[in-house]
Unconditional design. Structure first.
Length: 188
């Protein structure tokens, strides 16, 4: 059960300040992770740039994503989830990477990872043909308290039913309007 002081909402108007809040939360949670070392080419100083490249492009592009936020009673951001179709690569971020980092992105991020997802899900172009969670972040002091679960339940309930794909239905079973309404009521 989500803590009673947390409000989960679908953000209708995405803004630059919200983007920066999300980037700060993202950066605070992933600094030091080995995969982030690979994605920054070992240059931790560009981690916020990577966050901006991945979060900003989704948040500020109308129609490219849905963003769900979790805020406490002071309206501080305690979590967010971004669901989207993939966009174009960020040339701004790519310019910050070393030549080795650019090569990694070209080979792994643009070719190997999508191919692996296609094989795993059995869907051609899975990233483009499914409602994709690009980021789900919850502040450390709220982790394990149902915040991410609540954002996902709302995302895959009422809000995003038109985007659900075979992958979701196979993995999680059919969802009826009554079931998603009941889950939403339980979250309140």
């Amino acid at each position: 059960m989500t803590p009673s002081n947390v409000m989960i909402e679908l953000v209708e108007r995405l803004t630059e300040p919200l983007t920066e809040e999300a980037v700060q939360l993202f950066t605070s949670l992933v600094v030091g992770y080995p995969c982030m070392m690979a994605l920054t080419g070992g240059d931790w100083s560009i981690l916020p740039d990577f966050g901006r490249a991945t979060v900003r492009s989704l948040v500020l592009c109308p129609g490219a994503s849905h963003m769900f936020t979790a805020r406490d009673e002071t309206r501080a951001l305690v979590g967010f989830a971004l669901f989207s179709l993939p966009g174009e690569p960020s040339t701004y971020y790519m310019s910050k990477l070393s030549p080795e980092g650019r090569q990694y992105f070209a080979e792994v991020r643009r070719k190997d990872i999508p191919r692996s997802k296609d094989e795993l899900f059995g869907i051609e172009a899975a990233e483009r043909n499914t409602y994709w969670c690009s980021r789900a972040m919850v502040r450390a002091d709220y982790q394990g308290k149902g915040v991410a679960k609540a954002m996902f339940e709302i995302a895959f309930g009422e809000v995003c039913n038109p985007y659900l794909t075979y992958t979701y239905r196979v993995a999680y079973g059919p969802d009826t309007h009554a079931e998603s309404t009941q889950r939403r009521l339980e979250l309140q």
